[in-house]
Design a protein around this ligand. Structure first.
Ligand code: COA
Ligand code: ZN
Length: 318
């Protein structure tokens, strides 16, 4: 295996499955809690060890995730699985702490316009919310991580300056955040931008753990993952079947697809702990649940060495 792995790449990577959160928030249909529970269990059975389960946001803003408390209570805390949820503010943090979440992910945007669309407030006010959330997390003994949306470009403002991303990351680190996910909300990241941002953050904040969250909006999600791997990043967020999208960002589409990512990583000698066939089965279950075809590709083609019977296709005869 190791000789297949490009130099500098990690030997193992953690895949953070965000389909139940990023995926379902963008679906028109609201899935019953029971269905979400079945899907969550399938993902865990496939080997997912970090599940972003839901969001404790306003149920008026995101009705698809209004059952956060019930879902968490019914799933419980499966052994060996990190269960996290998004929280935007103190109210969300209090709800998440009461519900016994394993970790909170407080979120804000790197552009003023997207922050206002997504959180109905400016970045400064969101940073004050982060401070409150970290205090609630600390008091409850629950780790608080952060996610920065539109970190590679904003659909309303265009380029997001590197300085802004680094500046917000510094503020987050000062507030006690130790893990930051860089979100590419509408698929504006490119490999050079990934390298630039990861290297700048590493240089300024060497102790900050980084995760990458790409959307495949322009078809280069996995190329961006490879750029991240080149920089030694070992935590990637993805959605089963390639579900996903932010309802408060123009032109947002699906995340990098989990089983396609598992396929890439395992073929490159990076261990994920996820069973590809089981992940494909979970993707098909999600497809049935949302009632529309999902963009994942390995779920359609199967693993690389899947063999087809010779008589499955006609022989080309002249
Ligand atoms: N959970 C549940 N309800 C909440 C809440 C939370 N985390 N935060 C606020 N509310 C409620 C308030 O209690 C208040 O309810 P009331 O009118 O019944 O008293 C109402 O929402 C308005 O509160 P306010 O603080 O003024 O919020 P707002 O209207 O400015 O909205 C957010 C701000 C952050 C709550 C909202 O923009 C939001 O939920 N955004 C999340 C968007 C998202 O999930 N995007 C996708 C992820 S990238
Ligand atoms: Zn996303």
């Amino acid at each position: 295996m190791s000789e297949r792995r490009p130099k500098g790449w990690p030997a193992r990577a953690t895949i953070v499955e965000v389909g139940l959160r990023d995926g379902l928030q963008a679906e028109r249909a609201i899935l019953p809690t029971e269905t979400k529970l079945d899907l969550a269990r399938q993902l865990i059975a496939a080997g997912i060890r970090h599940l972003e389960l839901t969001s404790f946001v306003s149920p008026r803003a995101v009705p698809q995730l209004a059952d956060a408390e019930e879902l968490l209570a019914r799933l419980g805390r499966p052994a060996g699985v990190e269960i996290t949820a998004l929280v935007p503010n103190a109210k969300g943090a209090e709800r998440a702490a009461r519900a016994g979440v394993g970790g909170m992910v407080v979120f804000l945007s790197a552009s003023e316009s997207h922050n206002r669309k997504n959180l109905n407030r400016g970045i400064d006010r969101s940073l004050a919310d982060v401070a409150e959330v970290t205090m609630i997390g600390e008091a409850a003994g629950i780790p608080v991580h952060a996610a920065l949306s539109v970190a590679f470009g904003c659909p309303f403002e265009g380029e997001v300056p590197l300085d802004r991303v680094v500046g917000i990351a510094e503020e987050l680190a000062m507030l006690g955040i130790r893990r930051l996910s860089l979100g590419d909300t509408t698929g504006m990241a490119t490999p050079p931008l990934v390298r630039e941002r990861v290297e700048a953050l590493r240089a300024k904040l060497p102790r900050l753990e980084l995760a990458l969250h790409f959307h495949n909006t322009r078809g280069i999600g996995l190329c961006n993952v490879m750029a991240g791997l080149d920089c030694g990043i070992d935590r990637f967020e993805s959605s089963i079947g390639g579900l996903g999208g932010c309802p408060f960002a123009a032109g947002a589409t699906g995340n990098v697809c989990t089983e396609d990512l598992v396929y890439l990583l395992e073929e490159c000698g990076v261990a994920t702990g996820i069973d590809l066939e089981a992940a494909i089965a979970a993707a098909k279950a999600f497809e049935r649940a949302v009632g529309r075809p999902l963009p994942g590709q390995v779920m359609k083609a199967g693993p690389r060495l899947k063999l087809h019977p010779l008589d499955a296709v006609a022989t080309a005869t002249g």
